[in-house]
Ligand binder design. Structure first.
Ligand code: FES
Ligand code: FES
Length: 929
């Protein structure tokens, strides 16, 4: 007999009698029973603070507070009790105007923790704020934390009566531009008030017939599935259906997913990914699904999933690319041919630029020859993978997930499910970040299979452990680099071989492997280059997109190598870089000229900061704590590799305009991206930002704008928006230059709907305008990118000589992302990228599924891991083929910050660590050497 505890508690000031399981956690009671979904659940084990509420004046992580320990008459304050969209609390206002949020999943938790702090200490210092948020394990993966501290400090000033809250509605005066401003993103007001429904919140509003789906994933890296026995599980309470591969095959689906391998040089056709593993087939990575239990409740589904019996024959496991390439290694796929006789290698991407540099390097005054390894960085979004499906009003099987490429996902899964694309619909839910992992279908096919098999709405949500071990990761690169420099410190040639561990799926591996050639020494003038990238199957976690996709790997090798070569040449690392910079007329490794050459100006701009940093490090170093300064340069693209296009439509209405496109929002700010661009383009008709309505990321309502990846949306979708606005303005313009109203357009029978289209465009090396091209498969030469982003990263670190513990004390980024649409967004993206770069450098990893299965163990950076002193310097060189001169933003800041940290550690203590992450143990070992 289940006994319940009944208590009266005051929730946001209102008495509630609540009857609940004494062991149930307060977070679940608040969300499921009190229906207050502003309180989120992320880690569900006290590591992230997204569930923070205030109980009797104290901030608590409600996911670890059992109902039995909540006192009778307790006062519980949730985000809903603090303020509303029309009556904001000072903290909510401050988080909006300082850009203290991006995806917003953590925001209610931060606001609750900060409220408790300000109630206790109305005049905190910045360090007090940081100490408090650290003490309460309140984490953010997006922002980089500095803007959060800015927000709390400003809210405190308002609450003390020293400052007024500016009226958000009046921030923009008539005639002002949204473009180039700090105008807040439209959804911020909902995020700070807990009223922005993420997937798990929207799921609480689904029809009551909804089933909860739990995948059955045997705990093995590699095994043959001999038998799947669902008989006992099927009979368990609440179970509606256990879905297997047989259900998909019965619908005439192929049960496969096709990624974007699409390469003439690959030996796989890209169809090797199974939706659900069948009896007799193999599991090739941890977390592969063999069945899905659909039951009335999550508890029932989980219990039944545990009762599914799977008989396995364990097979040898390959968890490192070095093992995968051994001649006697087992094969991950017997049927897929090897490249060049190299075991498990399925693709090869050569790079041939200029003359063979071998002889020049052999004869060079200084030669650097080294091997580097980059880690399998985990994405660590605080919202776990979730989504639901149902049949819509037109009978289309509809899935709503965290997809950041709704059209691509639709096409990747339709054939596998046995559905015509027109019978599928994909919609993006509001999401608590992705950082690229959702370029991959992770649950779309599974949810759709469950809806197909049951005919009922289905919800699926992974817990944090499942989320971490079952979603894709950053692909590790093993890099062998050889660079020669002459007696004057000029690079004379370079060679690079990179081995890409891609787990058991080829999906998305082609572009990734290309990056090892495209960005190797990209910031430098090198006429003669030879390289080759090899891509491998292993049994480790399959690798997908992760912010800056291929660049952090490549720059980890080349920017560390450049520092080492500078030392061999007896030169300062910044001087060496400046001497070798790519300059007007020089070409990238792809042979393509850059659209702009801002690096010299950026070096000039950052040099004073560098000089001061060096002096500071020298002055503050002691025998116990040594300080060091490191530099790295990163360049990244702003469109998909090769030909790329996007569509965005516009409709004039009586109230303003509606934009239709699929600029998916990870939290990076698609809404303000669209509004800022359209507002600028529509300036002649004086439209206000709130008159621009958005219909985004629904394949039934919006045209295909491509993926929210490759930092492409501001450029590609932005140009399509501009194009659609241009057509609309042309239609509205009268002969005298004035503009018709909506009513006049209707009266005159002039269409009010216009399509905008853009194809990635550049000037070729001869100065002619053309579209991007695929790279030549034999040489890696071509015109893959229309726009690039540039960054110079300056890290200042302190290293404890006894323990090897490293603290990044200050970080400066001089970036050029073209003209800036919105400074709050760009600053947020750059700060957040730096924070992820620091994590990548010294903390984050995903090696062992049995330990790296929670946020803490994976090395999620908390506020005290990230310096409060982060400085951004914006250079805004206009881009000819970007909207109003813009390039992209999101990925440059994570291209090379970790290499700057590594170089700073070497500068501090002389420890050169060549494999990520740079842990204290590795530092101590390198110091001993
Ligand atoms: Fe409660 Fe993470 S601390 S969900
Ligand atoms: Fe903090 Fe996304 S804004 S986790």
């Amino acid at each position: 007999m289940q006994k319940y505890h009944v208590k009266t508690v005051r929730v946001n000031g209102i008495p509630n009698r609540v009857i609940a399981d004494p062991e149930e956690k307060l977070a679940k009671i608040i969300r499921n029973q009190l229906k207050l979904t502003g309180t989120k659940i992320g880690c569900d084990c006290g590591q992230c603070g997204v569930c923070n509420v205030i109980v009797d004046g104290k901030v608590v992580r409600s996911c670890i507070v059992p109902w039995k320990s909540v006192a009778e008459d307790a006062e519980i304050l949730t985000i809903e009790g603090i303020g509303t969209p029309t009556k904001l609390h000072a903290l909510q206002w401050a988080f909006i105007v300082h850009g203290g949020l991006q995806c917003g999943f953590c925001t209610p938790g931060f606001i609750m923790a900060s409220k408790a702090l300000l109630d206790e200490n109305p005049s905190p210092t910045r360090e007090d704020v940081r100490d408090w948020l650290q003490k309460h394990w309140t984490a953010c993966r997006c922002t980089g934390y500095k803007q959060i501290v800015d927000s709390v400090m400003d809210a405190a000033a308002v609450l003390r009566g020293e400052k007024e809250m500016e009226d958000l509605a009046k921030m923009l005066k008539p005639g002002d531009s949204v473009w180039g401003s700090r105008y807040p993103r439209p959804n911020a007001v909902y995020k700070v008030t807990g009223t922005w429904d993420f997937g798990d919140d929207a799921a609480t509003k689904l029809p009551e017939e909804v089933l909860f789906a739990v995948p059955v994933c045997p705990e093995t890296h590699h095994a043959k599935v001999k038998k799947i026995d669902i008989a006992a599980a099927e009979k368990m309470p609440g179970v509606a259906k256990i879905v297997t591969a047989g259900d998909i095959l019965a619908n005439k689906g192929t049960n496969r997913i096709r990624g974007q391998v699409g390469s003439p040089t690959a030996t796989t056709d890209g169809w090797e990914r199974r939706m659900i593993v069948e009896e007799g087939d193999k599991i090739r990575q941890w977390g592969e699904c063999v069945a899905i239990v659909c039951a009335a409740t999550e508890k029932q589904a989980r219990e039944a999933a545990a009762a599914v019996k799977v008989e396995l024959e364990e097979l040898p496991v390959l968890l490192h690319v070095k093992d995968a390439m051994k001649p006697d290694a087992p094969k991950v796929y017997d049927e897929i041919e090897e490249i060049d006789g190299i075991r498990n290698c399925f693709n090869k991407r050569p790079l041939i630029k200029g003359n063979d540099p071998k002889a020049a390097i052999d004869k060079a005054a200084h030669i650097l020859e080294e091997e580097f390894y980059s880690s399998r960085q985990p994405h660590l979004t605080l919202e776990t993978d979730c989504g639901f499906g149902y049949y819509d009003e037109e009978g289309r099987l509809t899935v709503q997930t965290k997809s950041i490429c709704v059209y691509r996902h639709l096409l990747m899964i339709s054939r596998g499910l046995g559905l015509a694309p027109s019978k599928l619909r994909v919609i993006q839910n509001n999401m608590g970040a992705s950082f690229g992992y959702k370029v991959a279908p992770t649950n779309e096919h599974l949810i759709a299979a469950c809806v197909l098999a049951t005919g009922r709405p289905v919800y699926m949500r992974l817990n944090m452990k499942e989320h971490i071990v079952r979603t894709p990761k950053r692909s590790p690169f093993l890099m062998k680099i050889r660079i020669g420099a002459n007696e004057n410190g000029k690079i004379v040639g370079a060679e690079h071989t990179w081995y890409v561990d891609h787990g058991p799926y080829s999906e998305s591996s082609q572009d990734l492997t290309n990056k090892g050639g495209q960005f190797f020494l990209a910031p430098y003038h090198v006429d003669d280059l030879r390289g080759c990238g090899y891509t491998f199957f292993t049994n480790h976690r399959w690798c997908g997109a992760f912010r800056a996709y291929g660049a952090p790997q490549t720059y980890w090798g080349c920017e560390t190598a450049i520092d080492m070569l500078a030392e061999k040449c007896g030169m300062d690392p910044l001087d060496f870089r400046e001497k070798n910079l790519i300059r007007p007329g020089d070409t990238f490794p792809s042979g393509q000229k850059s659209e702009v050459y801002p690096l010299q100006a950026m070096i000039t701009r950052i040099r004073p900061y560098y000089n001061i940093a060096k002096k500071r490090a020298a002055a503050l170093s002691t025998a116990e704590v040594k300080r060091g300064v490191g530099i790295a340069i990163g360049i990244y693209n702003s469109n998909d590799d090769g030909p790329d296009d996007a569509t965005s439509n516009i409709e004039l209405t009586r109230d303003g305009v509606i934009l239709y496109n699929t600029w998916e929002d990870h939290g990076q700010g698609a809404d303000i991206g669209c509004v800022g661009t359209a507002h600028e383009a529509l300036k002649p008709i004086g439209i206000r930002p709130e008159q621009i309505k958005l219909v985004l990321s629904d394949t039934a309502k919006a045209p295909n704008s491509g993926a929210a990846a490759a930092s492409r949306c501001q450029v590609m979708v932005g140009m399509a928006i501009v194009e659609s606005c241009r057509k609309l303005l042309d239609a509205m313009r009268r002969d005298d230059g004035t503009y018709r109203t909506y009513d006049e357009m209707i009266a005159e029978g002039i269409p009010t709907f216009y399509e905008g289209y853009w194809k990635a465009t550049l000037r070729n090396n001869e100065g002619e305008v053309q579209h991007c091209t695929d790279m030549d498969g034999a040489t890696g030469q071509g015109y893959p990118f229309a726009n690039h982003m540039f960054g110079i990263f300056l890290a200042e670190v302190a290293v404890e000589t006894k323990t090897g513990k490293t603290t990044v004390e200050k970080f400066t980024l001089c970036g050029d992302v073209g003209k800036i649409n919105n400074f709050l967004v760009v600053d947020g993206q750059q700060m957040g990228g730096i924070a992820q770069g620091i994590g990548l450098a010294i903390k984050e990893d995903f090696v062992d599924v049995k330990t790296h299965n929670n946020l803490l163990a994976c090395g999620l950076p908390y506020i005290k891991d990230i310096p409060d002193d982060i400085q951004l310097i914006h250079m805004e060189t206009p881009r000819e083929f970007g909207p109003f001169g813009a390039a992209g933003t999101g990925e440059m800041p994570l291209s090379a910050p970790h290499a700057a940290v590594g170089n700073a550690i070497y500068n501090a203590v002389g420890a050169r660590v060549k494999d990520l992450p740079i842990t204290p143990e590795k530092i101590l070992a390198a110091m001993k050497k």
